[in-house]
Design a protein around this ligand. Sequence first.
Ligand code: AHG
Ligand code: MN
Ligand code: MN
Ligand code: MN
Length: 336
Amino acid sequence: HAAEAMKTDLMTITRFVLNEQSKHPESRGDFSILLSHIVLGCKFVCAAVNKAGLAKLIGLAGETNVQGEEQKKLDVLSNEVFVKALVSSGRTCILVSEEDEEAIFVEPSKRGKYCVVFDPLDGSSNIDCGVSIGTIFGVYMLKDGDESRLEDVLQPGKNMLAAGYCMYGSSCTFVLSTGSGLNGFTLDPSLGEFILTHPDIKIPKKGKIYSVNEGNAKNWDGPTAKFVEKCKFPKDGSPAKSLRYIGSMVADVHRTLLYGGVFLYPADKKSPSGKLRVLYEVFPMSFLMEQAGGQSFTGKERALDLVPKKIHERSPIFLGSYDDVEEIKALYAAEE
Ligand code: AHG
Ligand code: MN
Ligand code: MN
Ligand code: MN
């Protein structure tokens, strides 16, 4: 009977956020409106990704972005969709996208109180071979009501009000936190709605998987090399861990949340700050990890305590099961 009730009592993402909002009587529904526009963007990208192969959307767009990466058509398309959706929501004042060199300051007539940082298409190197890709976002509140300044998006990740990602894989999964737990929703294409499928996600305290690009091993620092060595050749007789690395952060983090384990993008001699961008990759995923009972470390500090100085700043990142990250923190502490 309960299963039956589930079928008719559809907990859509919209309804879920409205329930959350009712806990904040002072809120005037602005966040719900913002979120509905982010969800719209994700539905569009999901549809575009699903027919990319057919619509010849894959392949290089010819330009390169501020990261010096070849922009693929879907990168460009999804960036435009999100910028337009966010501006038209009338609830944003500053946007930071991986694909735009400068922050976007929304025109006064459309301005709202939220600053959104986002990676419109994460894992774009995987587009052409059909491997899961995604969108990552984080939301800050404007620091002082009237003026929007760059400092409003250079806040530590712990100041984020909300964060989430959408993964375009075998199904389209939206994972969201507004600061009180973590929930996953799956797109029902027949309804065009995201339905709650993963209530109150909690990451296992310890995992059996490590996730890192082993191809960078020759450039790793001591603690990272020691941790990975321990995963492969445990001294205490425990079984070696499995390596799982997809190369799309969204997919690697989603698996880590559900199965447990640890995801690493360490610093190395080539890139001393690692590769992943603080505002729209490290902060949102660290926020979600902490909400799920995991943790996230930069090699020096709690990732969410970091104060970025530039909008495309990078940081090393070690995130996942609480106990696994504790081991990494101990190795870095021993180095000091
Ligand atoms: P993006 O496609 O948004 O530029 O992000 C790619 C990132 C991230 O998704 C992934 O974890 C990482 O690049 C993989 O990097 P390597 O190929 O160097 O392992
Ligand atoms: Mn990129
Ligand atoms: Mn990315
Ligand atoms: Mn990207």
